[in-house]
Design a protein around this ligand. Sequence first.
Ligand code: ADP
Length: 475
Amino acid sequence: MNIVQIVSEAVPFCKTGGLADVAGSLPLALASEGHDVSIILPYYTAKISSKKHKIKDAGQKIKVAIGNREVEGELFTCKLARNVNAYLIKQDQFFGRPELYQTPEGDYPDNAERFIFFTRAALYVASTIQPDIIHCHDWQTALAPVYLKSIYKNLKAFAGTKTLLTIHNLGYQGLFSHNDMQLTGLGWEYFTFDKLEFYGKLNFLKGGIAFADGISTVSRKYAEEILTQEYGCGLENALAFRKNVLTGIVNGIDYAEWNPSLDANLTAKFSAKDIKGKSANKEAVQKAYKLPVKANVPLIGIISRLTSQKGFDLLETAMPELMKQDIQIVILGTGEKKYHEMLLRVAKEYPSKLGVRVAFDNTLAHQIEAGSDMFLMPSRYEPCGLNQLISLKYGTLPIVRATGGLDDTIQNKVNGFKFSEYSAAAMLACIGEALDAFKKPDQWKKLMQTAFACDFSWGASAKAYVELYKKMMKS
Ligand code: ADP
């Protein structure tokens, strides 16, 4: 199959979250299944080094109509693997900025224009490839299926092309003023409640949901949850209307990067067969966070964006109770200021129990995964979640709320601990069960071995995507 991925961020070029991990790993896994894959993304020239990635100028200009003006971009390319090509679209006014989507002051005000330009330029590139599948991701590229069913309906290059939209997080929809409709090049007949209109605004993701041939989310449970009012972010009815083409495929992780027996970031390497090295990593993390070095005190890790989605309001409520226990907690994260302040305040009060680092630090993330005994993810919602999968690989038992991908991948008291109700009390009870189990070394070792044995590599997920692509091509 000839597969084109259109995406706004991808490892190894640039990353703000799990989307980039998926967009980096999936093409390689599809290619190893024998498919030709192209990945098209914006060329963020302030973030992406042309030298490091050996990016070449294709010498081609791309002109896109945006409203009543024309914007010109340039095409650059590089090779990621034998049958994986990357296409980067350069347009410095749009993408030569310090960040991808926003600054601390808020979203870039011209995000609609930026991603209309990118999506249309990417479709021009895709038309030269004549793909079987165009796979787009999240709101940034969700207009691609709309264009294929409207402006490009009769384009020969897309005659046999099917579109898949993957929703990585329904909380971000690309919501803009109705005035931006004229930038899309689509007629006002598309601005209706069953297409792109959402309470008087223009909603990119809703357009993708209405027009894609297939829709997927990054776990089975999340695909069910988003049909409910509680998790649907206002799009539950639009999704229910397309329920027959909605599926969930859980993400994998890259075991070349996340593997405790190969991980150069660790103080000591270890594996399921020989876990001795894990204790040296625990000691290193305790030292890094200036906590007392104690082997027998359970160490709980958290690596996360500090937002309410990730359950930090529960943690705030539970802190006084948690700090009474004989435990240590280490937190690495960036995000909302109110959570920075809350965590730093508690850490000041309990310096021997809580360590907080407000930073984005990949090396430290590896060390925490390796050194912790448990990993806490009390998310309000979690489309897939990568950290619980990483934790399993490092024999660190996840304590999770039963939502989205956390529910699909963690079984209570089998490879971790799980609670259902979104409350501090339910979370505390679940942590209590994990602490009890930690006191019984035989039981704990058995749980660790089950965790080590879990396989969430990309192979199985890529096969599921291939099956989905094939099904779409037959329909
Ligand atoms: P989301 O995409 O919702 O932020 P995921 O669990 O899907 O959550 O993916 C987050 C990714 O970003 C993981 O690889 C995680 O380790 C990483 N990450 C998040 N915060 C930090 C941080 N402060 N430092 C280092 N890595 C981080």
